[in-house]
Design a protein. Sequence first.
Length: 265
Amino acid sequence: MRLPVETMKVGTRRPRLLDGHPPELLVYDEDTNCPYLEARVARLPMRLPTRPLTSGEFSERLHTGDRRQGLVLYRPNCPACNACEAIRLDVAQFEPNKTQRRVHRRGRRALNIEIGQPQLSPDRVALYNKHKIGRSLLGEGDPIDETGYGAFLVDSCTETLELRYTLAETGALAGVAIIDRGSDALSAVYTYFDPQLSRLSLGVFSILEQIDLCKRWGLRWLYLGLYVADCRSMAYKANYLPHQRLHDGQWQTYDRRPDGSIGPA
């Protein structure tokens, strides 16, 4: 989910230099409307690295719960809420269920997959907006224009890649996934797709493809972003098992219990 437009702007105070390697500029740190839960106040400090991050530096930040959007990093620091939990998969331990395996097989038959650098183009912007409208995900700042798309999905402070999914029969663009690469992990940034292709379950397919990429490239982790149990567009991540969630600086493993519920392992 894209953060509200106001969180992309520099705050009213002068940016503050934070210690680190490399140092970072704190460019925004104000209360805002929560992008995930209604009637909640969020605080999402936005930090701009003073230079592009190496793969190792980026992995260190993922391990502490950071997310990236455009050129900045953020981590929820909300005054009265801890609903957001960073979530990741140990790809060697992950076991796809029957439905996920079926989706992956079907997608491999129907789609061609290309990996390259993120690109800005009219067809990508149009498909992004079609996805947001078709899946009732419009938020502040949507529909997006080319400038907004570039700032959100093309600009980056680390190594970023684009997975392009096209229909095997027609060559039409079916979906795009933006991913970051660290020294030991991939991080799923955002995936959008044609909502008229619901039969392909492209969101599920894309995660499974990213898991396969981790295995092929010798990367241990796939970071899925934030899990929010009470947010429909974020809660689906719990279906990938086993997974880990970050609590008070410690990663806790979750798996299916004998009664069918999901809980700490």
